[in-house]
Design a protein around this ligand. Structure first.
Ligand code: HEC
Ligand code: HEC
Length: 305
């Protein structure tokens, strides 16, 4: 281990020594305090199986997996009103949707059942489950003889979403293994910290917890009312949730409106409009390297806890 580190230090002298030590100190403060890695709730397997089955079925509208495609990092790269968010690691977040107005995963799922799944109320829910013997049997396995409702569907989908978590090199780094990230990726992390990205994208999830004005430092040209759409408050205009960046390298196009189609451009734009800083190419590339590493769940990982 030690010698691997030394070799990578020789190859990239600028990212060794002090830079590494301060990245480690920065991550301990900004990312580990809020570990957001609660144990998986011990949902009954029957509940998870019912949820997984529901996700694949077009109910009265479209199937969850139509838009939240597991083969495309849990999204489809399309805009349906707003950009499709990934469902991977959604269960780690504190707030949901682009505006962050929804504060529980089950409430978000209920919203999605209505908005996209066509399950507007309990009558539709009972009719949809009743019309499909396989789904009806799974509902009985999970809920006994209770009548199917939007709530039972949302509970099952939530239990299934709890299993859609990733663990990778970023988690190993946070758990203390410096070699889980390369020297270049650690340099990117240092830049991410130095520039101030972690003010909003903090925690193990790098976001998903706090809302901020888009265009905080320099106005961002965009007509979306953001959180004000829900609260009606003028101070919430153009306020959005700083989303998780765990899978961000694979979930383009970016931003709530899908208007940005390159990750370097998204990084540049964030620095400009949220922090009032113009990054040079070296800084952008470094942050991009880091964000790609965060999404890398290959290699030996422990079971998601
Ligand atoms: C037509 C495409 C489409 C379908 C079908 C769909 N979704 Fe979504 N989903 C979206 C979009 C778009 C968003 C972002 C919504 C927003 O923030 O305004 C989203 C957001 C979400 C989120 C929030 C993720 C986060 O971290 O904030 C969850 C969870 C979710 N969907 C689950 C589901 C489930 C479960 C189903 C099936 C009942 C479903 N979706 C069906 C397009 C879809
Ligand atoms: C003041 C808070 C704040 C700061 C600082 C900030 N961001 Fe963001 N970030 C946000 C918000 C809010 C959004 C959601 C914007 C939207 O809804 O379109 C976002 C979105 C993003 C996205 C797009 C995510 C996606 O899934 O489309 C990326 C990438 C990103 N930020 C990276 C960064 C980087 C890199 C930095 C540092 C240069 C940074 N952010 C600094 C608040 C912030």
């Amino acid at each position: 281990m030690r010698s691997v580190l030394v070799v990578s230090c020789l190859l990239a002298a600028s990212s060794c020594g002090d830079a590494d030590a301060s990245a480690r100190a920065g991550t301990d403060i900004l990312f580990s305090l809020d570990a957001r890695r609660p144990p998986l709730p011990a949902a009954a397997p029957a509940l998870v199986q019912f949820g997984a089955a529901l996700a694949t079925r077009p109910l009265a509208g479209r199937a969850c997996l139509d838009c939240h495609d597991p083969a495309r990092a849990g999204q489809d790269g399309l805009v349906h009103g707003r950009n499709t968010k990934t469902i991977l690691d959604a269960a780690r977040a504190v707030a949901f949707g682009w505006t962050g107005a929804t504060r529980s995963l089950t409430a978000m799922v209920e919203h999605e059942l209505g908005a996209h799944g066509g399950v507007a109320d309990d009558v539709v829910a009972a009719a949809q489950i009743g019309a499909d013997p396989a789904l009806a049997a799974r509902h009985v396995a999970a809920f006994g003889d209770a009548t199917p409702t939007r709530k039972t569907m949302a509970q099952a989908l939530t239990a299934w979403l709890q299993t859609m978590r990733t663990e990778g090199r970023w988690d190993r780094y946070l758990d203390g293994d410096d070699t889980a990230l390369t020297a270049a990726e650690r340099q990117g992390l240092q830049t991410f910290l130095d520039v101030g990205c972690a003010t909003c994208h903090a925690g193990r999830n790098l976001g998903g917890a706090t809302t901020h004005k888009l265009g905080l430092a320099r106005p961002y040209p965009d007509g979306d009312p953001g959180l004000a759409e829900v609260t009606g408050k003028e101070t919430d205009r153009q306020v959005f949730l700083a989303p998780t960046l765990r899978r961000v390298a694979s979930t383009g196009p970016w931003l709530h409106d899908g208007s940005v189609d390159s990750l370097p451009e998204a990084i540049r734009l964030m620095a400009r409009h949220e922090l009032g800083r113009d990054l040079d190419d070296t800084q952008v590339t470094a942050v991009e390297e880091f964000l790609k590493a965060v999404g890398d769940d290959s290699g030996p990982v422990r079971n998601a806890r």
